[in-house]
Design a protein. Sequence first.
Length: 465
Amino acid sequence: MLIIPKNNGSISYVTLENTIIFDKGYLEMVKVVKFGGSSLADAEQFKKVAEIIKSEDSRRYVVASAPGKRYDDDIKVTDMLYSCYKLVKENKDIDEAFKLIEDRYNGIIKDLGLDFWLQPEFDRIKNAIVHHAGRDYIASRGEYLNSMILAKYLGYDFVDAEEGIFFTENGVLDTEKTNEELTKILKEHTHAVVPGFYGVMPNGTIKTFSRGGSDITGSIVARAIGADIYENWTDVSGMLMADPRCVKNPKVINTITYAELRELAYMGATVMHEDAIFPVREKGIPINIRNTNKPEDAGTMIVSKVDSNKVDTVITGIAGKKGFSVISIEKSMMNAEIGFGRKVLEALENHKICFEHLPSGIDTMSVVVNDNDFLPVKETLIADIQRKTKADNISVYNGIALVAVVGRGMAGVKGTAGRVFGAIGNAGINIRMIDQGSSELNIIVGVAEDDYVKTLEAIYNEFVK
Ligand code: ASP
């Protein structure tokens, strides 16, 4: 991404594909910046965060996670809080466990040289935990306390998420109410820190999102304030084109659309919480994944659309997962039998199984299913399909890995599928299943699990190297 300051004092953001994401007066620009746990794990990290925030006036709304790991086998404060909850459940003392949490925060305060005192907060929280406070309330205190420190350090206002993020009775985000209230509250503050990860239920109790949920808070805040951009600061320089455990030194994706991200995330490639895209997606606010430890890196831009004339890469990313089975159903004259597919899908529905893909031939229909759901009901499901369809033969192939090749650049480009299959074939790998979405955004292949890594490498090398 290039940042082009203009001589009239405004600024444009231009991706590497030359798509102008926005172009407006610098002074009007508002960024919401979210920092993950590793970015706020200790005072040294806090200093980096403050430097990043202070380097641009537009970074006015900050969402903070709880202190994460400082080193590999360190413990996240959120996990320490969950342990306290567990100890109380087991009627055990929490003095020692809670002291470690206090020490973590006191260490940050001291090393930052802040004249700040959280003891009354610690006492109140500890008392609540001992008196059987809810699990979500306890977990949320990690973000709450960290945000108080960050607000103090930055000289920003502290705005508690429980004032403006609301859940419905069913525990889902109350989007409308949240938007309305949070917008009102944030407008009263020019600079604010909001704790991530939680909101409030209609009965006033605290509820958290699922793990990693501060990403969602960042997105909600960005939407509520109508941010120009949502910067999500973490410990990697963006989303990689492939899993680095399988492909050596994969490149960072410069620009990805929300739709592509969904495809890759579904296959397990994520840089942030999956649900974080929804609030900003609706408003077309771009997300920029950035690295707190390498702020000079442009990171990955997640946008709603990229001008199709400017697309210069065929594929955006590759991701995959093991643990699938293919149920292959054969029956002669299947193609002429009205309702055949419905019978198969009904059997799946009866067993509460979602199917992943349905590649079909003239007299065969294959259903790709996730082993976690399928294996426990395998025998009864197959019997049910047999009974309903009177199939000639049903075979099950286990140990299938799915690999998704995703790219907006594939649409309308002839020969892409051929290159994917050719690369896999040249690597000596047998393709067990092929599926291509009609949007031409992805091509999915099924291979034996043992060929999984080789398949990713082959495709990556074909398109990227
Ligand atoms: N602290 C929470 C967790 O560890 C939420 C977050 O960091 O986003 O999952």
